[in-house]
Design a protein around this ligand. Structure first.
Ligand code: GLN
Length: 531
């Protein structure tokens, strides 16, 4: 039977629970255990698909097409496994299933309640996720004390009865704030937050203390005493120069040992962290820097392009260069001009996005990269803008547009296909999750991947319009990837340009620190050459 590590958060949000969960996953996987990780988000949205990146950062997409919280991206990058719908639970998902069962009469006239129906549904999902795994890590989003988190905390408390006390443990990530005026770290908020956990029947086994200053032994002993944990289970995690250092920081403090000891599991061999140590070393000590402009529209939110930025870092690590990202708001390109925003960069990346705002700034950016022969990687919306710019300025297809920008356009080079129209109220179904794509031999894309068939993740509504394919190809745009078994253009490139490649999919979602994404790697490589 699987064992469960539950991770809760205290005092404030944004303490890095996701990175903590992911890092514990790395350590346990490296110890040879079959690990899975689940994110619980106590909001009412059924999934993250409808959420604005300004509020929650990027929407991560899994192979099975689930639109999830960005923490799933951290999990995949840290445990190097593809996750899916069973790895993400929201209040909306739980309630929809329970209410749907109630409507079908499954509860046979009983009163349907938060306890036991909602809490049982949560536990059923946790138990199902343990199938074929040794250890399941479950991160509960939000902070202890939030009203919407309560049913989940109750469910994980009950899990100790359901699967046995010896098979569960609770890890609380908390803040030890530094008071500048007193020049002191303060433990009281942590005591309160552990008190709150205890009030609902959860006694933490492990405390991960986030702090900006080193804690003294006395302080750790005090926390241990007040919070009823052994002193060695009070772990200090300071801010790291890179998140990829966290597994090593936890391992140095024997967190993996402590977890296995709690579960009475044999501790076996030391985990081999040499690849992770190498990643951090290369990231920190790269001798050269390459500057990439990221021209997007949710630039103010630091996590809106999280996986894109991580994928650039991974590519940099593999080339032994530091990637410096210049975040450029595409509306600023419209207002201040391409030169003001883009001059001096070594390469340009245009990421995905929805809606009209900033679109012309992206098209102007494509033109700049094409004419100045700067390496350009277009992702999803970015690829669509590459097609429009080429249609307008090279094919002279006046008024070439995306239907998303102007539903009445005369030249919709990017469009909704007939079979999509009117399917939902947004005007079309989304293509979500993994699709296979055939690559054209000898193209930049095919050389970058080094294979003829790839699988990549999608999240978009609009498609390349094949009506214009011949015309665009005749003018020099090369279609280098096509969806397997379907007449859908997935990758375009310009053979006459140093490196100009756009993909309809989100390659960043599959990039891992140890295995950079081939297009990102080739793009950063071309940007280095361009320097
Ligand atoms: N808005 C575009 C579409 O729906 C692109 C989506 C994206 O970049 N993820 O097709």
């Amino acid at each position: 039977m699987a064992k469960y590590v539950f991770i809760t958060g205290g005092v404030v949000s944004s303490l890095g629970k996701g990175i903590t969960a992911a890092s514990i996953g790395t350590l346990l996987k490296k110890r040879g255990f079959r690990v899975s990780i689940i994110k619980v988000d106590p909001y009412l949205n059924v999934d993250a698909g409808t959420m604005n990146p300004f509020q929650h950062g990027e929407v991560f997409v899994t192979d099975d097409g689930s639109e999830t919280d960005l923490d799933l991206g951290h999990y995949e990058r840290f445990i190097d496994e593809s996750l899916g719908s069973e790895n993400t639970i929201t209040t909306g998902k739980i309630y929809s299933r329970v209410i749907e069962k109630e409507r079908r009469g499954v509860y046979l006239g009983g009163t349907v309640q938060v306890i036991p129906h909602i809490t049982n549904d949560i536990q059923d999902r946790l138990v199902a996720a343990g199938d074929g795994r040794d250890i399941v890590i479950v991160e509960i989003g939000g902070t202890v004390g939030d009203i919407e988190g309560l049913p989940f905390l109750e469910a994980i408390r009950q899990m100790s009865s359901r699967v046995g006390r010896e098979n569960v443990m609770y890890c609380h990530v908390t803040l030890i704030p530094w008071l500048e005026a007193a020049k002191e770290l303060k433990t009281k908020p942590t005591q309160h937050s552990v008190g709150e956990l205890r009030r609902i029947g959860i006694l933490p086994n492990l405390l991960i203390c986030r702090t900006s200053h080193a804690m003294t032994e006395d302080m750790k002993n005090k926390i241990a005493l007040f919070c009823t944990v052994p002193p060695e289970a009070v772990i200090e995690v300071m801010d790291e120069p890179t998140i990829y250092n966290v597994p090593m920081s936890l391992h140095r403090q024997s967190v993996d040992d402590l977890i296995l000891k709690t579960f009475s599991e044999p501790r076996g061999e030391e985990p081999d962290l040499s690849d992770w140590i190498g990643i951090v070393d290369r990231f920190m000590n790269a001798p050269k820097t390459v500057e990439i402009a990221l021209v997007g529209k949710y630039i103010q939110h630091k996590d809106a392009y999280l996986s894109v930025v991580e994928a650039l870092y991974h590519a940099g690590i593999s080339h032994n260069v530091k990637v410096k990202v210049r975040s450029v708001e595409s509306t600023d390109v419209e207002e201040k001009g391409v030169d003001a925003m883009l001059s001096g960069v070594d390469g340009i990346l245009i990421p995905g996005g929805f809606g009209n705002r900033g679109i012309e700034g992206k098209i102007a950016t494509v033109r700049y990269a094409r004419e100045k022969k700067l390496p350009l990687l277009g992702i999803c919306l970015g690829m669509q803008m590459m097609v429009i710019e080429f249609a307008r300025n090279v094919c002279h297809l006046a008024g070439a547009h995306s239907q998303e920008m102007d539903p009445a356009t005369v030249h919709p080079v990017i469009h909704l296909m007939d079979e999509q129209v009117g399917i939902d109220k947004l005007g079309g179904t989304m293509r979500l999750g993994a699709y296979n794509c055939d690559l054209v031999p000898g193209t930049r894309a095919q050389i970058a991947y080094g294979t003829d068939k790839i699988s990549e993740r999608h999240r978009h509504r609009y498609e390349f319009n094949n009506t214009y394919k011949q015309r665009l190809e005749d003018a020099g745009l090369k279609v280098s990837g096509v969806c397997e078994g379907r007449d859908l253009v997935e990758i375009v490139e310009l053979p006459e340009h140093p490196w100009f490649v756009g993909g309809q999919f989100h390659g960043e979602l599959k990039s891992r620190p140890t295995r950079p994404h081939p297009l990102f790697k080739a793009f950063v490589g071309a940007s280095i050459e361009n320097k």
